[in-house]
Design a protein around this ligand. Structure first.
Ligand code: PGA
Length: 271
């Protein structure tokens, strides 16, 4: 079967299924000092938002308490940008999954390319996935290739390997947690430009096939969601989120403006 035929057949097989619920994760990275993060959270809380979109905000560690307090009771979830693999104890500079849970986090970003670039390995990422899932935190696993991988036509292999190494031998996701896989080509993350929707969809389909081969079709489709990240804004978000294969977005730069974040959420809510 040609690649294109395979892609279409997979997508067709999901047609007729209820469209996946849109999901927006805001990755505030290290953009904002705590005080500004809290102000931004208040502005996000004030914005009107369609209830049909799930939203989570991932501020920096020091802002988790303040932002969490602002978001409490709003329906907007709190997420962290990283977690330690170790249990509470002698780990300088680390934050445990227990602590994240106590702070009210429901989500955690794992394996972001900005951490992979500073030496995080597939093995550590797998460990983080395990720890997150054992603590009922929904992981947002980031995978994606460098531009050179794409030029040399090994992007599919690279991403399949990242997904396989992160997910193989994980326990089944708990009923209360979902597992998100964010396809984030490294070259598309701001200030790079977005991938084309066709490229994103093609890679999402490959990720979809990979998770089916690891978890089986039923679990892959009930508990695992694929999202896209990389220069997402309100003008391009709906071209990525088809709600059959790609159900949401991980947003960096555009998420640190309440107005831009609201536009992204509203556009998705009206799709
Ligand atoms: P961006 O970041 O939206 O600024 O490209 C996305 C990410 O790195 O998660």
């Amino acid at each position: 079967m040609s690649k294109v035929t395979m892609k279409l057949s997979t997508i067709t097989s999901r047609q007729g299924i209820v469209p996946l619920r849109p999901f927006v994760a805001a990755n505030w990275k290290m953009y904002l000092p705590t005080k500004q993060a809290i102000e931004l959270a208040k502005a996000v809380r004030r914005s009107t938002r369609p209830p049909s979109v799930d939203v989570t905000i991932c501020p920096s560690y020091p802002a988790l308490v303040g932002v969490g307090a602002v978001l409490k009771g709003t329906g907007i979830a709190l997420g962290a940008q990283n977690l330690a693999t170790a249990s509470p104890g002698a780990s300088t500079g680390q934050v445990s999954a227990d602590d994240l849970r106590q702070l009210g986090c429901q989500y955690v970003i794992v394996g972001h390319s900005e951490l992979r670039a500073s030496g995080e390995t597939d093995r550590q990422i797998h460990q983080k996935m395990l720890v997150a899932m054992n603590h009922h935190l929904s992981p947002i696993l980031c995978v994606g290739e460098h531009r050179a991988d794409r030029r040399q036509r090994r992007h599919q292999r690279v991403v399949t390997q990242q997904v396989t190494r992160a997910l193989t031998n994980l326990p089944r996701p708990h009923r209360s947690t979902k597992l998100f896989i964010a396809y984030e080509p490294i070259w598309a993350i701001s200030p790079g430009g977005p991938a084309t929707p066709a490229d994103a969809l093609e890679m999402a389909d490959i990720i979809h096939q990979t998770i089916i081969s690891i978890f089986g079709k039923r679990l892959a489709e009930s508990s695992i969601r694929i999202i896209y990240g990389g220069s997402v804004d309100a003008t391009n978000v709906t071209s990525f989120v088809d709600r059959k294969i790609i159900s949401g977005v991980l947003v960096g730069a555009q998420s640190i403006s309440a107005r831009h974040l609201r536009s992204i959420i509203n556009v998705l809510g009206s799709k």
